[in-house]
Design a protein around this ligand. Structure first.
Ligand SMILES: Cc1ncc(COP(=O)(O)O)c(C=O)c1O
Length: 395
């Protein structure tokens, strides 16, 4: 599905794994059709061995992977170093410590939580499990497609419904598709990303909750909340309560974003204990989380000052970039995450190549014939480099 985003494919497609700038995996052809088949046009294989890493471009602004440009908190760093003293031992009670803290915040029990080395592991496990015996995964066009790509590899079909005009998941359309006269016994899973990647849009919490209450008794609902930490704490959806109510909702979260753990690898799922047990059979999950990452994760989770700081810095750089682009006449989709998407007026390949040539890493894609740029929100300095480079490219 060419409208969707997969980090590994993109790295390859954008040239970071191939040392070429030209190739973009995004074309618009399938995006317009509601039942677009999942055809990326790129292989999902990850042949690191063949990739000339030494030829990767040096970036002045690394704005292609939605990472935290500020790093990890000082407390997390101290905990990480201290944990080296016990890194000869398997982690033991530490899993419980982190799960207990998360459970308290999400109004679930620790047995509703499974830790993992990044949320990708949860996504992959779900893809493997729900693809079993074939069937369909319902989702939206223009979303993150790691889970979807993987599921198709193992026989699942993906039905990506058109977004609403304001680039959101069309929950009513998904519901209608599920409840169409004969029902849809082939649908095994509904996959939602909120805030969505690459659009940065969010769904109204009450609407999402109502959707889950109606749909989850029939079909499991997987909500990828990778960017949830960019909500202001007071507005943050608390969908853990749906799990506490016994609904078949699976939440996937990551420390890769606001906590800055993309390289350290830590994530988790919140779901029914039986579902976690099932998913655990498809992944090494908790056992694959190192004691160093775990101890750093516990420290980072407690460090709300750092999280608030990262959120505030992200908002500052977001507002600056949005205003600059808007003043230049570009229509930036209002974002609730650490990246933004906007339509551009030149070919994706040309644009991406010219940005990369200036040491600025971004992503591009075509959607319904319209080229777009997705830029991660970096530091203010990086965003100034982005804006300057952008002006040079668009004239
Ligand atoms: C929507 C979404 N889900 C999941 C992930 C996977 O993150 P990680 O495996 O680093 O936790 C990403 C990464 O960018 C993402 O954008």
């Amino acid at each position: 599905m060419s409208s969707q985003l997969n980090r590994r494919d993109w790295l390859r497609a954008s040239g970071l794994l191939t040392a070429g700038f030209g190739l973009s995996r995004f074309t618009s052809a399938e995006a317009a059709t509601p039942t677009a088949p999942l055809v990326s046009g790129f292989t999902n294989e990850f042949a690191f061995a063949d990739d000339p890493f030494d030829k990767m471009p040096k970036l002045r602004a690394r704005l292609f992977a939605n990472e935290n440009p500020l790093g990890i908190s000082a407390n997390a760093k101290a905990a990480l170093i201290k944990a080296t003293e016990v890194s000869n031992r398997y982690a033991w009670t530490e899993f419980g410590q982190l799960k207990t803290m998360i459970a308290a915040d999400d109004m679930v029990k620790p047995e509703n939580i499974m830790l993992s080395p990044g949320s990708s592991d949860v996504l992959m496990a779900a893809a493997d499990y729900f693809a079993k015996g074939e069937g369909t995964i319902l989702t939206s066009a223009m979303t993150y497609d790691d889970l979807l790509q993987r599921a198709t590899k193992f026989g699942a079909k993906v039905e990506a419904l058109p977004m609403t005009k304001d680039y959101k998941y069309d929950l009513a359309a998904i519901k209608a598709r599920l409840t169409a006269s004969a029902g849809r016994p082939d649908v095994k899973l509904v996959y939602i990303v909120n805030p969505n990647n690459p659009t940065g849009t969010i769904l109204p919490t009450a609407e999402l909750e109502a959707f889950c209450r109606e749909v989850a008794p029939k079909v499991p609902v997987f909500i990828d909340e990778a960017y949830i930490d960019f909500y202001e704490p007071a507005d943050r959806p608390k969908l853990g309560k749906l799990v506490a109510e016994g609904l078949n909702v699976i939440l996937a979260r990551t420390f890769s974003k606001i906590h800055g753990f993309a390289g350290l690898r830590l994530g988790y799922a919140i779901a029914q204990p039986d579902m976690l047990k099932t998913l655990h059979a498809y992944t090494n999950a908790e056992f694959a989380v190192s004691i160093t990452t775990l101890m750093a994760g516990i420290a980072s989770y407690k460090d709300t000052d750092w999280q608030n700081h990262c959120r505030a810095e992200n908002a500052k750089a977001r507002d600056y970039t949005t205003k600059t682009l808007t003043d230049m006449g570009y229509e930036v989709i209002p974002t609730h995450a650490n990246f933004m998407l906007f339509p551009i007026r030149m070919k994706t390949k040309t644009f991406e190549g010219q940005m990369f040539a200036q040491g600025i890493g971004i992503q591009t894609r075509d959607f319904n014939g319209q080229p777009y740029c997705r830029v991660s929100i970096g530091t203010m300095d990086e965003m100034a480099i982005f804006v300057d480079g952008f002006k040079k490219v668009v004239g």
